[in-house]
Design a protein around this ligand. Structure first.
Ligand code: SF4
Length: 257
């Protein structure tokens, strides 16, 4: 009897992550409590007139405090009133400018910023991402915008999701380290999943409208920063305590951060 080839026996598409790990019945309540507690009045999303500013601001924010990222942004936009000037100055000049504002990783961030500018100049002949706003507000349009951002050198999936959500008002689901930690402590996802997989899970589990996703990102980050902290989480004050299998362990001092 002829043996079946391996590829013939494989499913065509892998199962959705939420089929492997379905969201619990209390998931809508989790969304509601986080929003009510941390973001009852949603802050207006930042909207740079030019989405390229959003990309560069997000690059500066990576592994930086908000204060340092803001200072670097102010110095950068003062020294380079137009991005063409930064492109002309080159990666060494951009690195020197960033260094003058303090904060780490100036060299790496300068290389990323220069890479994005040089790519746009070569690929489109202009230093602008305004064309991303022309894609329709449909799943296909969102995907086109996502693919165009992901094509920028050095721009990873987190930066893409943040720019889509904050600057382009599209229903992406960025997940930072705070949200990932909380998801694992609540056992929404397995502890051994990487950040990419956790982000995909949230992307499937959370309703695909912009406001719900924006509210979850804002409130989820604040919850992780203020209550479900990396060290010594404040379980006694947590609005999610009744859902959380880790709370008792933290209170007994047995859980690993
Ligand atoms: S109960 Fe504790 S561990 Fe669980 S989500 Fe709240 S703060 Fe985090």
């Amino acid at each position: 009897m002829p043996s079946r080839s391996r590829s013939a026996s494989r499913p065509k598409t892998p199962p959705a992550l939420t089929e492997q790990v379905p969201p619990p019945a209390w998931f809508p309540e989790y969304l509601r409590r986080l929003r009510e507690t941390y973001a009852p009045d949603l802050p207006a999303p930042r909207r740079f007139p030019e989405p390229l500013g959003g990309v560069i601001r997000t690059i500066l924010a990576q592994q930086n405090t908000r204060r340092v990222a803001q200072r670097q942004w102010e110095v950068l936009t003062t020294v380079y009133p137009h991005w063409e000037a930064a492109l002309m100055d080159g990666p060494d000049g951009i690195a020197t400018t960033l260094k003058s504002a303090g904060g780490g990783l100036s060299r790496m961030k300068a290389d990323y910023i220069y890479g994005v500018l040089a790519h746009l100049e070569e690929a489109r002949g202009e230093l602008s991402l305004r064309f991303l706003r022309d894609f329709p507000q449909t799943p296909e349009g969102h995907e086109q915008a996502r693919a165009a951002l992901a094509a920028l050198p050095g721009v990873g999936h987190k930066t893409v999701a943040l720019v889509l959500l904050f600057d382009l008002i599209r229903p992406a689901m960025p997940v930072d380290g705070n949200m990932e930690r909380v998801a694992k402590r609540l056992e929404l996802v397995p502890v051994n999943w990487n950040s990419h997989k956790v982000e995909r899970w949230y992307g499937e589990a959370v309703p695909p409208d912009w406001e719900t996703r924006y509210a979850l990102h804002i409130s989820g980050v604040r919850h992780g920063r203020d209550t479900c902290r990396s060290q010594r989480p404040l379980c006694g004050e947590c609005v999610l305590r009744e859902f959380c299998p880790s709370a008792a362990l933290f209170e007994l001092g047995e859980a690993q951060p």
